[in-house]
Write a protein that binds this ligand. Structure first.
Ligand code: BGC
Length: 755
């Protein structure tokens, strides 16, 4: 039987309540006894009791928030035995940056500009997830984010639609493989459709006002790319988009997503977003909310508690929703189950799951990803890499230097802190002669490695959304601020040959429901850094973050700054390998790094409007330039660009030119460079950004090696959505091209495009 035949056979026999059940996904979790409450409106056991009862009635299409294979098998059995047709539940989870093996956070992976590493990482995450019984990732988050106050900037690929689209494709391929149903892979669910990253003021869940031009030119390209790569699912967004709740918008899910972008998978609501159509002041009640979401094209409701879709039989009866709309949604869900092989074999082998989770090869992929995502922001006089053989002592300082929980970052739940390598552990293993820890190497010369926390990140406990699930507590909730500890850190630095200071945000200061009104280093971390620098000992600053922080003082006063994000399970090993020169940093910023929060939102791809000579001074009290530009990052090599050429001086609107450049590593070490191409259209039927990324390639060049890199620039790179004509246009114009190592590249040429 074909997929369609199996689906139709089941559908034909189902009652309205059973259909509604297939369209409902429930959270299944037990709150830990010490969960801070009351966070949600139900008690600890009410949720699992309710879900199990519904499973027994055959009225659950999908479950989320499970990672234990034994528990997944148990609930799957309830689903299969409870359902008249034996239909299992799709199991979804936020497999965002790994399951047991934790990868660098998504913004970090994007900073690698390395599509192979990104794809390999999500393939490992998929393998682990599938082994425990998860079929579907609520990822990648492909929301473009240009306001770092928004905590979820950490989950995406940054500010740029071209980079964002490329990263989205790599992630979808990593999760899903070539097609849905590939063994050891899971369904990819790009989210949140659409515009969620434009929350007003960077406040999570706040409304979004999005122009037609931003929507098409900036927000949609990563979604389009993910859909073309075959993503099987799309998730809705929580907020109002231009005055309409996204989850209730038929224009978004039917006209745009399906009819225009050609998406043929299934749509899931964000958690409780259908219910919340009532909260928005949009739907009258739960029945109305369910009817309007189904009518809009939202196939499945993700429900924490009472599901609006449980009321679909009433809505059908009242004629508020058509059976045809419900059937279309049920078909999509059943088709996904058939394709994923659920109907043939819903259970997993628990022993095998344990083996897959422990696979050492997965840790290697994570270490390489962490090495490739770090961004070297400053390196005066070649302080880095450190030469371990020439150092007597190193002082590792700072509240994030030895915090396993912070090393792995947010949006992970199934981690193993015992196998997580912190920066301190990594440095000790690499240079300190400590061969006991994970990642231990065999140094020929043991450096004395001292450690002092100095200050806590902040003094008070910092509650976050996920604390209620347990295990996501900050590194140092009781960390007291103590002058003696502060002095101990400074003294340690004073007596060392070099100080490695690790600062940033606690991992739960960023992420969902973790927006900030400031970008400053929290607590007294800057003061500590200043005191350490004041000792005269050379300082390497290691930053752990998922958003740009205010580094104005360090950028002027600390000789070396390495941004390592939240680098994951193998983070400390990777950081040590970078600091001691086993590998060269080669990551590049996937966002513009502002000087101060007052400059945001900020993007390199702005237009020139009025008086271009004043572009540099749009504030009277602050520069209009960022602290570090988009695409920026140093390495241990030195790259020069020459011979920028275009193969044809002119082409037509349908033609493609090839831009070539010669890149040389004139430094004395092998290193990586991300060669970036930017384009600007001088005149046309709309004003276009001063520069837009339209090509990139990460290359490794040995010392003294040079290579010619070529990029095609065709209609796809030049077309844009014109808000006046409400269509794509390709103008005849003069195009400037820049190629270089970041968005301020000055090597330039141009070509003409005629009609
Ligand atoms: C988030 C989604 C996530 C879902 C399930 C929501 O609060 O917005 O991105 O997938 O929870 O955990």
């Amino acid at each position: 039987m074909t997929v369609q035949e199996r689906v139709e056979k089941l559908l034909a026999q189902m009652t309205p309540a059973e259909k509604a059940g297939q369209l409902t996904q429930y959270f299944y979790f037990r709150l830990p006894p010490d969960a801070p409450g009351p966070v949600l409106e139900f008690d600890r056991d009410e949720q699992p009791r309710m879900v199990e009862a519904r499973l027994g009635e055959g009225l659950v299409g999908s479950l989320l928030f499970l990672t234990d294979p034994a528990e997944i098998n148990r609930l799957q059995r309830l689903a299969v035995e409870g359902n008249r047709f034996g239909i299992p539940a799709l199991v979804g989870f936020d497999v965002v940056h790994g399951l047991r093996t934790v990868f660098p956070v998504p913004i970090a992976m994007a900073a690698s500009w390395d599509l192979e590493v990104i794809e390999a990482g999500q393939a490992v995450a998929a393998r682990e997830a599938r082994a425990v019984g998860i079929h579907w990732a609520f990822a990648p988050m492909v929301d473009i984010a240009r306001d770092p106050r928004w905590g979820r900037i950490i989950e995406g690929a940054g500010e740029d639609p071209y980079l964002g689209a490329a990263v989205a494709v790599a992630q979808v391929r990593g999760f899903q493989g070539q097609e849905m149903g590939t063994p050891e892979r899971i369904i990819a669910g790009p989210k949140h459709f659409a515009g969620y990253g434009y929350a007003l003021g960077g406040r999570d869940y706040d409304e979004v006002d999005l122009s037609d031009s931003q929507l098409w030119n900036v927000v949609l390209p990563p979604f389009r790319a993910a859909i073309e790569a075959g993503a099987g699912n799309v998730m809705t967004a929580y907020m109002d988009l231009n005055g309409i709740p996204a989850t209730g918008s038929g224009w978004l899910f039917t006209d745009l997503l399906r009819d225009t972008l050609g998406f043929d998978g299934f749509v899931v609501s964000d958690a409780n977003a259908v219910r919340n159509l009532v909260t928005h002041g949009f739907a009258a009640d739960l029945t109305d909310a369910g009817a309007r979401a189904v009518n809009a094209g939202v196939d499945m409701e993700m429900a924490i508690s009472g599901a609006a879709y449980a009321h679909l039989p009433e809505a059908l009866e009242a004629g508020e929703v058509d059976m045809a709309a419900v059937d279309a949604s049920v078909r999509r869900i059943l088709a996904a189950k058939v394709r994923m092989g659920l109907l043939d074999d819903p259970y997993v082998d628990e022993d095998r799951a344990r083996q897959v989770l422990a696979d050492p090869a997965h840790r290697d992929v994570a270490r390489v990803a962490a090495e490739r995502s770090a961004v070297l922001l400053r390196n005066e006089n070649g302080l880095l890499p450190l030469d371990a053989t020439a150092l007597g002592s190193v002082a590792v300082i700072g509240p994030l230097a030895d915090s396993p929980r912070d090393t792995i970052g947010p949006w992970v739940f199934d981690f193993d802190l015992d196998e997580t390598v912190t920066v301190l552990a990594g440095v000790r293993a690499r240079a300190g002669g400590d061969r006991s820890g994970p990642g231990a190497a065999t140094p020929d010369h043991a450096v004395r490695v001292g450690y002092a926390r100095g200050v806590p990140v902040v003094q008070r406990e910092f509650p976050s959304l996920f604390d209620m699930f347990g295990g996501n507590t900050p590194s140092d909730p009781d960390g007291f601020d103590d002058d003696a500890e502060f002095r101990r850190a400074v003294d340690l630095a004073a007596g060392a040959d070099v100080a490695i200071v690790v600062v940033g945000e606690w991992q739960n200061m960023i992420g969902e429901m973790a927006s900030r009104s400031s970008l400053e280093l929290p607590g007294r971390q800057l003061e500590l850094l200043q005191a350490v620098v004041g000792t005269g000992t050379p300082v390497v600053l290691v930053v752990m973050n998922g958003r740009p922080l205010d580094l104005r003082w360090p950028a002027a006063n600390v000789p070396a700054i390495l941004d390592v994000w939240y680098p994951g399970t193998q983070g400390g090993t990777a950081v040590a390998n970078l600091l001691f020169g086993d590998v060269s940093p080669g990551g590049k910023l996937p966002f513009t790094w502002p000087r101060t929060v007052g400059q945001v939102p900020m993007t390199y791809a702005h237009t020139i409007s009025h008086e271009p000579e004043n572009q540099a001074r749009r504030y009277w009290d602050e520069a209009s330039t960022p602290l570090f530009p988009f695409g920026y990052g140093l390495s241990y090599g030195r790259f020069t660009y020459t011979n920028l050429t275009v193969d044809e001086p002119s082409t037509t609107t349908r033609g493609t030119v090839t831009v070539s450049v010669e890149v040389a590593n004139t430094g004395d070490r092998e290193a990586d460079e991300v060669v970036q191409l930017y384009l600007h259209q001088r005149h046309g039927t709309a004003s276009r950004p001063v520069r837009e990324l339209k090509g990139f390639e990460r290359v490794t060049l040995a010392a003294g090696e040079s290579r010619t890199i070529s990029f095609p620039v065709g209609p796809d790179e030049r077309r844009y959505w014109n808000a006046a004509v409400r269509d794509w246009v390709t103008d005849a114009s003069t195009f400037d091209v820049w190629v270089g190592g970041d968005s301020t590249a000055d090597l330039t040429t141009r070509f003409e495009v005629t009609k």
